[in-house]
Design a protein around this ligand. Structure first.
Ligand SMILES: Cc1ncc(COP(=O)(O)OP(=O)(O)O)c(N)n1
Ligand SMILES: Cc1ncsc1CCOP(=O)(O)O
Length: 722
């Protein structure tokens, strides 16, 4: 059966979302607003109640000729004659469901990896629920958050199939157009989006659905095509540059800078010199007014504070909604965990017309976890020219925008064309703010010339770098100090010449060439993946006095399994207790596992975080740390945040952490995932540590996994329902 997946409603009857309203009435309103397919998803009721509610829902959906699918439960679908089912990776296998259901029943399968997607297609699924797109409180036990980049990879892998596709997770009115736009691979797009809270929890579900339908049927305002390369691309671009500069001067664009305080004054002066109108405002709420001037927004995260990201996100939303250019300069992107996490949040939170940065910053934006940057300087380069060009091109292609990688040679790409620029002067590298100003200048040019973003940015760079060359050649310029005023003067001189239609300053000056690349992509997939974890389970406060904790025995069984595996693989283990004299030692069940040579620490603490000064001294740089223990929302949370802040990678085991109140777990796990931790399960991490059935520890560890099969099932049963 073919199904219109464009606006796919997934129900949720929990009080936080349904807010005590009647589910059938909410679903009916949503259908009236434009929902095209409904999935009944109820994780708490027993079979009798599920069948009863499903039957009532079916009365509603049939009235509007909208298919009703049942989540997880083939039996319930059969009982009420629903049009189909939606099955997760842990639900009934596709073949079995196919056998049980009528021939024309719709079967959708959840997928978060290329392998899962390919298998579902090969099995004959009608559609794929691809996700999780963004972390969402509606479902905190998701396997992985894949974003638009991960979705694009999956769509690309199944491009030859006609299977339907919907994205799910954290989709709302602000991001739905971007989700569809940025997930698109070269040959396959999403057929729709699946929404829970943004419709079911809305005050007016009908209005919410109507707004989704309207947004889905229209391209976002910022959607702009990139231009294919022409035979004489370099010459064609160069010949257009003077007119674009003239246009920018005439438009006198406003550029809203959310920029670091070190360079603010210099950058404002550069903007004034080229004939633009700068405003420096770090206050996110102000953007709703400022964006009405139809200028550009620059996000430069050079002096990030705890409030910056939320302010940036507000401003990006305002500018994205109007379709005005947004430029992202992820200064020092790889330097600290806080900055890495800011990059992730910002890239997931809005659309950037231009991402501009040095090699390290662009690599971080691409998502290569291997980058370690010191401070905000560009640091030593590890890529050759072709690799830089490829990275710039691939990031632009993936994000469907323009990327500028700055350096001695700048690489600029819109995903199709790659242009290398070799203008500039070494003094630019001796004055703070000269790199940041390129973001601002680019904003001015992108505002003035929307139809070809690559040409706009190129024009800005050439004006800027030729002005630098002119300034440095003045005989009175002896170094960076005298260079700055001369540079501002030269920017002003070019602006004046451009306004008069005088192009003589430009003739023969552009050192620009097009880089022709193979169509192969840059490095590894940006879907988070880990291999070869060699370090370090941390056992957080699993103590006698905590036996009242939610599902404590199950937490002990997971901890025991992890300790046994760690001992077998000789993986270092760190153990703490909280106020041991008062709360008791680590529980006796774990005693046999905590005496081996791999136990690096077993210390008592009063700090809630395990990262005490004593432990910190023992930790080598760049660990992969696996955390089990209690309580999820206190000691586990603080330990995780401390480790992330120190640049470690942290895996929190969903079946290995608990709290006195079960509800705290979900809230804490969602927060930790947002902060950059990987929330996963004990079995999943064990097999990721092994990586290969040929691993020398494979037999022993898979033996432990087999032996503990029942307790793993029990722990997952209790803990994955967050
Ligand atoms: C359309 C759609 N896509 C994905 C899911 C998630 O299903 P699953 O992974 O089985 O998780 P639960 O929904 O069962 O928690 C979905 N329900 N719908
Ligand atoms: C069922 C499901 N599967 C992956 S995320 C999700 C919940 C999506 O909910 P929301 O639309 O409220 O973010």
């Amino acid at each position: 059966m073919s199904v219109d997946l464009s606006l796919y409603l997934v129900t949720d009857s929990t009080p936080a979302i349904l807010k005590g309203r009647d589910l059938c009435s909410v679903v009916e309103q949503a259908i009236q607003g434009g929902v095209t397919v409904v999935q009944y998803r109820d994780k708490s009721n027993d079979t009798g109640a599920l069948v009863e509610t499903a039957r009532k829902l079916h009365q509603v959906t049939k009235k509007y000729n909208v298919p009703l699918l049942i989540n997880d439960r083939v039996d319930v679908a059969l009982a009420i004659g629903a049009e189909g089912v939606h099955l997760g990776q842990d639900d009934m296998k596709f073949e079995q469901a196919k056998q049980l259901l009528p021939k024309d029943a719709i079967i959708g399968i959840s997928t978060s990896t290329v392998e899962e997607a390919k298998k579902a297609v090969a099995d004959g699924a009608d559609y794929l629920g691809i996700g999780t797109m963004f972390a969402t409180p509606t479902k905190t036990n998701t396997k992985s958050v894949i974003g638009t980049a991960g979705t694009q990879i999956i769509l690309d892998a199944i491009k030859d199939s006609s299977v339907g596709t919907v994205s799910i997770g954290g989709i709302n009115h602000s991001n739905v157009q971007r989700v569809i736009y940025q997930s698109k691979s070269s040959q396959k797009s999403l057929d729709g989006v699946a929404i829970v809270s943004a419709i079911v929890a809305a005050d007016d579900p009908k209005a919410s659905a109507q707004k989704f339908a309207e947004l889905i049927n229209n391209a976002p305002r910022f959607a702009l095509a990139s231009n294919p390369s022409r035979a004489n691309e370099t010459e064609a671009l160069i010949s257009d540059v003077p007119q674009v500069i003239r246009k920018m001067v005439e438009v006198h664009p406003l550029v809203h800078n959310m920029i670091n305080f070190v360079v603010s004054n210099f950058v404002a002066n550069v903007a004034l010199s080229i004939g633009a109108s700068p405003i420096m405002s770090p206050y996110g709420d102000e953007a709703t007014d400022l964006c009405k001037f139809d200028g550009a927004l620059l996000i430069n995260m050079g002096t990030l504070t705890s409030e910056s990201v939320s302010n940036y996100l507000k401003a990006i939303k305002a500018y994205n909604e109007r379709g005005n250019p947004v430029i992202y300069d992820p200064v020092g992107a790889a330097a600290t965990q806080i900055r890495r996490s800011a990059v992730t949040q910002l890239m997931a939170g809005g659309y950037f017309d231009l991402i501009k940065g040095n090699e390290g910053e662009i690599r971080q934006a691409w998502g290569s976890g291997a980058v370690q940057q010191r401070g905000v300087d560009s640091g030593p380069s590890t890529l050759d020219g072709n690799q830089k060009a490829t990275l710039a091109r691939d990031l632009a292609r993936r994000e469907r925008n323009v990327v500028l990688m700055t350096g001695a040679t700048d690489y600029l790409s819109d995903g199709e064309r790659v242009i290398a620029v070799e203008n500039g002067h070494p003094f630019l590298g001796q004055v703070t703010g000269t790199g940041c100003a390129i973001g601002t200048i680019s904003g001015c040019f992108l505002t003035a010339h929307r139809s070809d973003r690559l040409l706009a940015v190129l024009s800005g760079i050439l004006m800027y770098e030729i002005a630098a060359e002119n300034a440095a050649s003045k005989e009175y310029v002896r170094g960076p100090g005298s260079f700055v005023p001369a540079f501002l003067d030269e920017l002003y001189a070019i602006r004046t010449a451009a306004a008069q239609g005088d192009e003589s300053w430009f003739v023969g000056r552009a050192k620009v060439h097009e880089v022709k690349l193979q169509s192969r992509t840059f490095v590894q997939t940006p879907i988070p993946s880990i291999r070869a974890i060699t370090n370090n389970p941390s056992i957080c406060d699993v103590q006698e006095k905590f036996r009242g904790i939610y599902e404590f025995p199950k937490l002990i069984s997971t901890t025991d399994k992890m300790l046994r595996a760690a001992n077998t693989l000789n993986i270092p283990v760190y153990i703490t207790t909280q106020s041991r004299a008062k709360l008791g030692p680590t529980v006796s069940e774990l005693s046999p596992q905590i005496t081996g040579p791999n136990i690096r620490a077993d210390i008592d603490k009063t700090l809630f975080s395990m990262v005490t000064p004593e432990i910190e001294k023992l930790l080598p740089p760049s660990l992969d740390v696996i955390i089990v223990g209690i309580e999820t929302h206190i000691c586990v949370t603080q330990t995780t945040l401390d480790l992330l802040e120190r640049g470690h990678r942290v895996y929190v085991l969903v079946d290995g952490v608990s709290s006195m109140n079960a509800e705290e777990r979900g809230i804490a796990l969602a927060r930790l995932r947002d902060a950059g931790a990987i929330v996963t399960s004990s079995e999943s991490i064990l097999f990721e540590i092994l990586g290969d059935a040929g691993h020398e520890g494979f037999k022993a560890v898979s033996g432990i996994v087999k032996e503990t099969k029942e307790s793993t099932k029990g722990a997952l049963g209790a803990f994955s329902k967050i």
